[in-house]
Design a protein around this ligand. Structure first.
Ligand code: NI
Length: 171
């Protein structure tokens, strides 16, 4: 496994739409493993392929508590089948927007259909942190960042901070 470089905003590659995966082979499984290693190495709970510069519809998530065994989920071509009308607000961060957080409101529960690394179709009912995380990561597949869900004022503040970080070579 290898650690990949995580792109940080502002970067036009984070605003692109990723294409579906049509072949699940060993190189794709290796990419999923590399994404997980990269996510764990950065203390993240989710990572989408566009964040490492790969425009494919793939995400990895693991919201298990730090003191428990890892519980990675690899999702290929994920789709939301159902989303609850009730909504929850949680503070979100993103490995591509280092050191930035904002409250984002999303459906509380979602049902997701995806292919696993063996090419099997699976469905998952997610709630709580897992539901938030999956929706956040799936947004990346359409070039959407969590700041796109907050007010223009708040977004402007965060993006200015990120530009400054890049100028200072911190990103
Ligand atoms: Ni993110």
């Amino acid at each position: 496994m290898a650690r990949l470089t995580i792109l940080t905003a502002p970067d036009p590659r984070l605003k692109e739409r990723a294409g579906p995966v049509d072949t699940i082979d060993q190189s794709l499984r290796d990419l999923l493993d590399d994404m997980l290693e990269t996510m764990y190495g950065a203390n993240g709970i989710g990572l989408a392929a566009p964040q490492v510069g790969v425009l494919k519809r793939i995400i990895v998530v693991d919201v298990s508590p730090k003191d428990e065994d890892r519980a990675p989920i690899r999702m290929i071509n994920p789709e939301i089948l159902r989303a609850s009308s009730d909504r929850a607000t949680r503070e979100e961060g993103c490995l591509s927007l280092p050191e930035q957080w904002a409250d984002v409101t999303r459906p509380t529960t979602v049902t997701v259909r995806y292919l696993d690394e063996a090419g099997e179709t699976r469905e998952l009912d997610a709630d709580g942190m897992l539901a938030t995380c999956i929706q956040h990561e799936m947004d990346h597949l359409d070039g959407t960042l969590f700041v796109d869900h907050v007010s223009a004022l708040k977004r402007g503040i965060i993006l200015r901070r990120l530009k400054k970080r890049k100028r200072n070579g911190e990103a």
